[in-house]
Design a protein around this ligand. Structure first.
Ligand code: PLP
Ligand code: COI
Length: 341
């Protein structure tokens, strides 16, 4: 299959319309059989539940061309499971795990010419999502839903790729205690829009959100979990009930322990201890693992010893190992890589 004529090496993290998308509808208590369609537009009632009450959830996953020319995806079962958890919390129907994985395979295959070639640094981002579509005016869940999947080729999430970024401690919260921070609901991202615009206006790349109850503990950013490296090379990641359980973070913790022989800790991380860490990274499907050089806490600069010029040595090793597993140059743990073609 001939690849599209795209400047793969210079892609940012943006939307590009691709050829096909998948749609399945839930009506009268059941999912239909689902289909690939051409039309990227969605028509719905002005009173659709998603428009009035934000009943929408999503996932983010990637397809990779491997060194030997296969097309694969990474741990889609975990995304299927997380979408199911999001659906339950949002009073939406669960899309079965096997159908989720099958829908991903179908959409990626149908857009094969958009899968960036191995070695370009770009990947095919896959966005599964589900929303309530029938008219709802009293506050209650929808009774009809669409599950959809589209794809778009992407480059690095942060401009500059692997260059360290500067983030600020946010005065805004993205999640509440006992709220929805642990699921991937559109409403969490709506909560973060003002904070990210404000951060960008002040010259920062991202927000570090603190726990909304005590404002003393590190939670996550708007789109990634934190990983810290201690001066004696232990990997530390925040434990919290109100952050998204990142597939990338869970995978990196496994890689750190079982591939790199490092000690790993998932525990509460206090803002006032981050000055003692050697390296800091943001991990997620879009972010992969992006280095943080500096955190600014209300004018006070916390500079990691890894600096603002390049990624620190441990985060570099973690990134190389994870992307090696994803691109087929390093053997993957059983079940992590799902072949599409
Ligand atoms: N945290 C938030 C708020 C996110 O939006 C994401 C992105 O999906 C992540 C963390 C990283 O999760 P994952 O590694 O599963 O993509
Ligand atoms: C992802 O990493 O897949 C996300 O959904 C995060 C978002 C910032 C793009």
């Amino acid at each position: 299959m001939e690849k599209k004529n795209i400047d793969w090496g210079n892609l940012g993290f943006g939307y590009m319309e691709t050829d096909k998308r998948y749609v399945s509808t839930w009506k009268d208590g059941a999912w239909d059989e689902g289909a690939l369609i051409d039309d990227p537009m969605i028509t719905m009632s002005e009173c659709a539940c998603v428009l009035q009450y934000a009943q929408t959830i999503f996932e983010g996953i990637k397809a990779y061309e491997t060194v030997d020319g296969r097309i694969v995806t990474f741990r889609p079962d975990l995304n299927a499971e997380r979408l199911a958890n999001s659906a339950k919390r949002m009073e939406m129907p669960v899309f079965p795990v096997d159908r989720f994985v099958d829908s991903i395979k179908q959409v990626v295959k149908a857009n094969e010419s958009f899968v960036p070639p191995y070695g370009t640094g770009a990947t095919l981002y896959i966005r599964p999502y589900m929303f309530g579509i029938n008219p709802v005016i009293g506050v209650k869940p929808a009774t009809e839903f669409q599950y959809r999947v589209f794809t778009t080729p992407v480059g690095p999430y942060f401009k500059g790729g692997a260059k360290p970024i500067t983030i600020r401690v946010s005065d805004f919260d993205r999640a509440a205690p006992h709220g929805t921070g642990h699921i991937k609901a559109g409403l969490n991202y709506a909560m973060s829009l003002h904070a990210i615009v404000d951060a960008h206006n002040q010259g920062y790349d991202e927000n570090m959100y603190l726990d909304p109850q005590t404002r003393t503990k590190v939670e996550e950013t708007g789109g990634a979990n934190f990983l810290f490296v201690t001066k004696d090379n232990t990997i530390v990641t925040p434990k919290s009930e109100s952050i998204l359980p990142s597939v990338t973070r869970r995978s990196l913790m496994y890689v750190a322990e079982h591939y790199l022989g490092l000690k790993v800790e998932e525990r509460e991380v206090y803002l006032d201890e981050i000055k003692d860490f050697a390296e800091c990274g943001l991990c997620g499907t879009a972010a992969v693992i992006s280095p943080v050089g500096k955190v600014v806490d209300h004018g006070k600069e916390i500079c990691f010893p890894s600096g603002m010029d390049e990624m620190g040595p441990t985060i570099t090793k973690l990134r190389e190992t994870l992307t090696g597993i994803q691109m087929g140059t390093i053997e993957a743990p059983e079940g992590w890589i799902v072949e599409i073609k």
